[in-house]
Ligand binder design. Sequence first.
Ligand code: SAH
Ligand code: SF4
Length: 446
Amino acid sequence: MEAKKIYINTFGCQQNEADSETLMGIAEAEGYVATEQIEEADLILFNTCAVREHAELKALSTTGQLKHLKEKNKKLKIGLCGCMVQQEHRKEDIKNKYPYVDFVFGTNKVSEFASILKAVEGAKKRLFFVDSYEENPGTICEGLPVKRRYPFRAYVSVMYGCNNFCTYCVVPYVRGRERSRKPEAILKEVAALVEKGCKEITLLGQNVNSYGKDLEDPIPFAKLLDDICKIPGDFVLKFMTSHPKDATHELFETIAKNEKCERHFHLPLQAGSGRILKEMNRRYTAEEYLALCDDLKKTVPGIAVTTDIIVGFPGETDEDFEETLHALEHCRFDGVFSFVYSPRVGTPAAALPNRIPEEVTKERMARLLNLQQKVQVENNQKLVGKTLRALCEGESKSDPAFASARSDSGKLIHFKKPEGVDLTGKFVYLRITEARAIQLFGEVVS
Ligand code: SAH
Ligand code: SF4
């Protein structure tokens, strides 16, 4: 009998990407083969995101497009998993409005995917495996099979969940409380990856700086980084995301002294106004953040710093927004991921008055992007003439004569492909010849 084909589509963040790699690993161990062609799949799984409404609407409209596939192939099984369906109201939406979805499971059920698949194969009715984190806190399961997308880059989850309850954010509700993996398990996984030739390791957690605090033998995140850097081999160590309230000078020093740590730090600010930060329950002031950013840049010279900003949090005044722009001018970030505030069901901010009208958020967003564009061009211009180490990702998406690479500071660099050699998955040294806001151009020096 021909093996069944599975197609997985992943929405949202790197944690979802990592979960999908595990889901694919489990499916293959159960005898399925991966396909990139949705039309030929026997089983389609969408791993969904809930962080903003836009992500949910995208997952729902893409799910809507599956109806015709089901009409063509009655045996097709369609499943949804991930953060969106972990929410009770969305699970009900799927039950009531998407009858062609055969099964749904929550974020605390990834490790049970093998038995879910078996149940789905023989099922005559629709199956919903969703329980809240109060009922099922989500245990850590080691040793699950993982099918990695790239041989040279890998995501390694170090912890799951979040305890911070920022008032706008749905993550603590759909991913549960912080659970750290044991350092031995992480070290073993990274060592095996490096041994196999993996060149880029990204440690994942919603708030990596609180890694290890919940362990029987607590260890600081900085110590975990230090230990991973001792693993012999040529690789770059990345991590995300850091919460400013837990980012310490000790962590910055650890990065400074370990060459394997990437020269990039993602430090989400969210807003430049102390009043809004308080309303967001971020637990730092704008001044504290600016001082932290200054300390990071001083301790790790040349580090690229990126951030997240939410525009139009309820009650954000023009003055509040000016303070965000002021923070951007002060920190001169190398990248800003900016999002218009999106109310999330069940979060405290969703109940706040004074929603900001769309024309105001649009205008603020345009001003932010305009300022940031200028800063990034200026930052990147300073790199012209310098040589950066970068990991080659393969052919450039826009021009097959070029290859693309990511520097240790997270910059995207395009360079003319040398003839006859494929540098994909290898470190290259590139001299920067041209700089734009989000991409650089360079030439191979060795
Ligand atoms: N744990 C990480 C990532 C959280 S989600 C962190 O704390 O940084 C990634 C980003 O999405 C957040 O940093 C925030 O900027 C944005 N975000 C989260 N909830 C949002 C919402 N309701 N509306 C708009 N942006 C949101
Ligand atoms: Fe959401 Fe805040 Fe936790 Fe990040 S730290 S996942 S923004 S609650």
